[in-house]
Design a binder for this molecule. Structure first.
Ligand SMILES: Nc1nc2c(ncn2[C@@H]2O[C@H](COP(=O)(O)OP(=O)(O)O)[C@@H](O)[C@H]2O)c(=O)[nH]1
Ligand SMILES: [Mg+2]
Ligand SMILES: [Zn+2]
Length: 323
């Protein structure tokens, strides 16, 4: 049987049955009603993690092959892991040469930001976007609490949306209190597996709650559990907010820590810089002060947004934070 890992404790895994197209019953041709079982599974034997140096062999989002062990107790055994489209990983707390696999097979990574109460800095958003680029996962920026913004605030937010959309990031301006663009938020999540991140207080729970009130309690429980630090290694969890739309709630942005991005590589994760990269005078140009740097020229010409360039510089400086 094929399934999707929706929860992991490190020793056992909750696997949700995947209904393959050919197995759909005739009267339920669309996969939106057929019940799916969830089994508590163990791993069969030792799994080779191959070239990936990871401390945990399986994470939420993994597609696996499993066998039912005990139907009445709903237990099973995972026999195989299907190839991953992508994955996110962070440095292991214990084994520094190894990473901890957080989640795999993501369709997108979404950052929930607010310009006020609390203020999410642009540096924070850009770090998130760079991390998503480095994992090759499309990123989306949600500006929530739009209702709190003044006229000037709204204009500024609109400018940011234009900056980010121009370089390829989908953006939404939402408000849960005024039900603004919640339908678009729901549509953006539809049939996808989405990593949801953002500072505490920006409205992650409220947004999720607006789509599926039943999930609120569970996500709240996870956050407090993670905050108390009962486990040094907290595992991400996946929630099905509507049929086949999943979110992965990470305990914090640190989960998306930038692993091993060298200064020379960093500009590759700024999509608007990519076109310029081989055109600087020096082929090892870091675009900070070097003469004949086309990236700095582009910033001066307004082709690259100044705020994005500032984030780039600050990430170069804070090399330690990224590792
Ligand atoms: N004004 C305003 N407040 C909001 C909005 N969304 C959430 N809040 C409030 O912000 C606070 C934090 O929201 P919560 O969903 O718990 O944030 P989380 O920590 O990211 O899960 C709560 O008091 C919410 O009622 C919004 O769009 N506008
Ligand atoms: Mg919350
Ligand atoms: Zn340069």
């Amino acid at each position: 049987m094929q399934g999707l890992v929706i929860r992991s404790t490190g020793s056992w895994y909750e696997v949700q049955e995947t209904i393959l197209q050919e197995n759909l019953s005739d009267d339920l041709q669309v996969d939106n009603q057929q019940p799916r079982e969830v089994m508590k599974c163990r791993l069969k034997g030792k799994f080779k993690t191959k070239e990936l140096k990871i401390t945990n062999p399986i994470a939420v989002g993994d597609r696996v092959i499993y066998e039912i062990e005990n139907e009445s107790e709903q237990t099973g055994v995972i026999t195989n892991i299907l190839p991953r489209d992508n994955y996110i990983i962070r440095k292991s707390v214990h084994k520094t040469a190894h990473g901890q696999l957080i989640a795999s097979n993501l369709d997108q990574a979404m950052i929930i930001a607010t310009l006020t109460s609390p203020r999410t800095s642009l540096g924070f958003i850009d770090r998130f976007l760079v991390a998503a680029e480095s994992f090759r996962i499309p990123a989306v920026v949600i500006f929530n609490k739009t209702d709190l913004l003044s006229e000037e605030g709204l204009e500024y937010q609109q400018e940011l949306v234009e900056i980010y959309e121009k370089i390829g990031y989908k953006c939404l301006q939402t408000s849960t209190t005024e039900n603004l663009n919640i339908d678009k938020f729901e549509f953006a999540l539809k049939d996808k597996k989405t990593l949801l991140s953002g500072h505490s207080g920006v409205g992650k729970s409220s947004l999720v709650n607006a789509l599926n009130p039943a999930l609120d309690i569970r996500t709240a429980e996870i956050s407090t559990f993670a905050n108390k630090g009962i486990h040094t290694t907290t595992f991400a969890q996946m929630f099905e907010i509507t049929r086949n739309s999943y979110i992965i709630d990470t305990p914090g942005i640190k989960e998306l820590g930038l692993m091993d991005i060298s200064p020379a590589e960093l500009s590759h994760y700024f999509p608007e810089m990519r076109n310029f990269l081989n055109k600087c005078k020096f082929n090892n140009c870091l675009h900070t002060h070097e003469p004949k740097c086309v990236v700095r020229d582009a910033v001066e010409a307004g082709e690259i947004a100044e705020c994005r360039y500032q984030s780039y510089l600050s990430m170069l400086e804070n090399d330690d934070d990224r590792r």
